[in-house]
Write a protein that binds this ligand. Structure first.
Ligand code: CUA
Length: 326
């Protein structure tokens, strides 16, 4: 017996919420469509002109009616707005304990990177019941990361990080699509999300042939690009130390502050002159064209890990960074 399915199956915590809102919008729309068309036909018949001599009786408005047809739609649209906004905010804010993963879109494939070092193409393995946060970027044009069963879709943009999160509720295999026309083989830019039992996922993680974590390959790259010649672990170099940088607020030359997040680090690697740290000279060369988006993600993870390493040492400032010279 084939069941009638209007929507894809629900396999994430947000999916039922999205569907409830959709059903509400559908019911309201159907109700008003039927009511309006019903009224049109009823009035057309009821008040039709019955003889050549009949003159219509003009109506000059009614305040009660005006108020009703303003207030009721206003109330209904406000319900739609607050309901939709609350789902939007839920989707925009990943829980703090979410598992972090990276996505790089390119014509025409999805590259997915685990912090443990596993790399996948057009496949993503995730554990059941755990929130997963995706930080995404594109190597070329705009793509869109779409998992219908999870009811999530987010544009993946070149030159920028976008994020989305989900928490799978059912083990299984779910379709991944690109939902933004991105060239000749856009329709082939598809893949699968494998939701595994946590134990099975652990086995999968340890079974894979990863060449070290994302942070450790970032460290190799950091040395390979000779970044460590200038960015010393202490503040003795001519460049700001990166130890404990991640998540910190940075004072910029010429005033202003910026939070050291993924986007800031990415920009500092590719366009070092964009935001120069107060007390330092703009001497860093750009690495645009020398590193791929995946390399940037590795470097970002390495710099993040520097914060984590510095924390237990009990240094005076948060993250163990002496304040930059001003
Ligand atoms: Cu990528 Cu369409």
């Amino acid at each position: 017996m084939g069941e009638l399915r209007l929507l894809p199956e629900q396999a994430s915590t947000i999916a039922p919420e999205v569907d409830h809102l959709l059903y509400f919008l559908l019911v309201v729309s159907v109700f008003f469509t039927v009511a309006i068309f019903g009224a049109i036909f009823y009035f057309a018949v009821r008040y039709r002109r019955r003889s050549e001599q009949e003159l219509p009786n003009p109506v000059h408005g009614g305040l009660t009616l005006e108020i009703l047809w303003s207030v009721i739609p206003f109330g209904l649209t406000m319900v739609m707005f607050t309901w939709g906004a609350s789902i939007y905010f839920t989707e925009a804010r990943p829980p703090g304990d979410a598992l972090s993963l990276y996505v790089v879109g390119k014509q025409w494939m999805w590259k997915l990177e685990h912090l443990e070092g596993q790399r996948e193409i057009n496949e993503l393995h995730v554990p059941l019941g755990r929130a997963v946060k995706l930080t995404m970027t594109s190597e070329d044009v705009i793509h869109s990361f779409f998992i219908p069963a999870f009811r999530i879709k987010q544009d993946v943009l070149p030159g920028k990080y976008s994020t989305i999160w989900f928490k799978p509720t059912k083990p299984g295999r779910y379709h991944l699509f690109c939902a933004e026309y991105c060239g000749a083989r856009h329709s082939g830019m598809i893949g699968w999300i494998h939701v595994m039992e946590p134990q099975e996922y652990q086995n999968w993680l340890t079974g894979g042939a990863a060449e070290g974590t994302l942070a450790s390959s970032g460290e190799k790259l950091f040395e390979g690009l000779a970044c460590n010649n200038c960015h010393h672990a202490d503040s003795s170099g001519r460049c700001p130390t990166l130890v404990g940088l991640f998540g910190k607020t940075v004072q910029l030359a010429g005033g202003g502050m910026v939070k050291a997040d993924e986007a800031y680090i990415r920009e500092s690697i590719l366009q070092p002159q964009a935001k120069v740290v107060a007390g330092f000279q703009p001497i860093m060369p750009t690495f645009q064209g020398l590193v791929t988006e995946e390399d940037v993600l590795r470097l970002v993870e390495y710099i993040k890990s520097l914060g984590a390493k510095a924390a237990p040492e009990g240094t005076p400032t948060p993250g163990g960074v002496p304040a930059p010279k001003r």
